[in-house]
Design a protein around this ligand. Structure first.
Ligand code: SF4
Ligand code: SF4
Length: 61
């Protein structure tokens, strides 16, 4: 299991994270990224690498 966190105060809503995630963990809520299916995260780190703002953290629980 992984914990997926987004610092939404800095999110630009670019959707890079939702576009790249193989598990469809993210949805956009009010133009901010919401990792609503974090329970499905496999820890690939693609979103962490893709986010231009570097505001996503993925940590093993
Ligand atoms: S680490 Fe991989 S599976 Fe997990 S939320 Fe990011 S892109 Fe999706
Ligand atoms: S990639 Fe980063 S800035 Fe873009 S929507 Fe996702 S969390 Fe927000």
């Amino acid at each position: 299991m992984f914990n997926v966190n987004v610092d939404i105060s800095k999110c630009t809503g670019c959707e890079e994270c939702s576009n790249i995630c193989p598990q469809e963990v993210f949805k956009m809520t009010d133009s901010k990224s919401d990792p609503y299916k974090a329970a499905d995260c496999v820890g690939c780190m693609s979103c962490v690498e893709a986010c231009p703002e570097q505001i996503i953290t993925v940590t093993e629980m």
